[in-house]
Write a protein that binds this ligand. Structure first.
Ligand code: BTN
Length: 245
């Protein structure tokens, strides 16, 4: 059900967001936000949709969500951070979401780098894409779904499925944007410490499938850029992590 409109979204958002584009249906809010960024969209500009026909996930995957079930939005960010630390933006988004869910008495965790989990199921995906001078931060958060397509059934959940409570997408949006604004307008150097508190991967045995092959080891920490450090000394900058028992 599409129960949002542009006025409701604008009223819910903090003034930190200078401009809003609300799209009942679009291909991908990240795609739209990148195009808008190239036209000069300001820091904090936000694109939100009720439905995406070509939602993009990490590692060339798709992001699927029935119309009106989720928060699907992208922020245009022009952070003052050292360019070498811009990879921390997506970790900051995971921190912002965990902190915001904690205020709703929902305990979340993060599978490195930025899959937000409730128990062992994924409730949110985060995709940061860059263009010169800009980062587009896309967040998909499952809110009301009670059933999932076969390919993600068993590994996905939503806020309502997990808690059994009704949760307002707009309340979550407002809080999440406030937490995010606070983190991206502050120093990048604090992100790794804030992230460690939520990271469920540190301390676990993992298998990492990176382009060059697969490594199995224990994850021990993240470095100042957000890369995952393994006990044997490997540093993983990107790739798919499987948390082993
Ligand atoms: C992942 O694979 O975990 C990341 C998924 C990111 C999905 C969100 S939904 C809003 C924004 N627009 C997109 O096309 N992708 C992101």
């Amino acid at each position: 059900m599409n129960d949002l409109n542009v006025h409701m979204v604008r009223r819910a958002l903090p003034d930190w967001v200078p401009e809003l584009r609300y799209l009942p249906e679009t291909d991908s809010t990240n795609r739209q936000a990148l195009a808008w960024a190239r036209e000069g969209a300001r820091h904090g500009s936000l694109v939100i949709a009720d439905f995406q026909t070509a939602g993009r996930g990490r590692l060339d995957r798709r992001w699927l969500a029935p119309a009106g079930s989720s928060l699907l939005f992208s922020l245009v960010l022009r952070p003052m951070w050292d360019p070498d630390l811009l990879g921390l933006i997506s970790l900051a988004a995971a921190v912002a979401l965990c902190e915001c869910l904690e205020e709703l008495d929902v305990v979340a965790g993060v599978k490195w780098p930025n899959d937000v989990l409730l128990g062992s199921r994924k409730v949110s995906g985060i995709l940061a894409e860059t263009s010169p001078g800009v980062v587009v931060l896309g967040i998909g958060l499952n809110v009301t779904q009670r059933t999932f397509p076969a390919e993600i059934e068993g590994s996905a959940t939503s806020l309502e499925a997990h808690t059994g409570r009704q949760i307002s997408r707009l309340d979550v949006l407002r809080n999440l944007v406030l937490h995010l604004a606070n983190l991206v307008d502050g120093p990048a150097q604090v992100i790794p410490d804030r992230y460690r508190r939520w990271c469920a991967t540190i301390g676990r045995r993992v298998r990492v499938d990176a382009g060059s092959g697969s490594v199995e080891d224990r994850a021990v920490d993240i470095d100042p850029t957000g890369a995952l450090i393994l006990a044997g000394g490997h540093t993983v900058r990107a790739g798919d992590v499987i948390q082993l028992r």
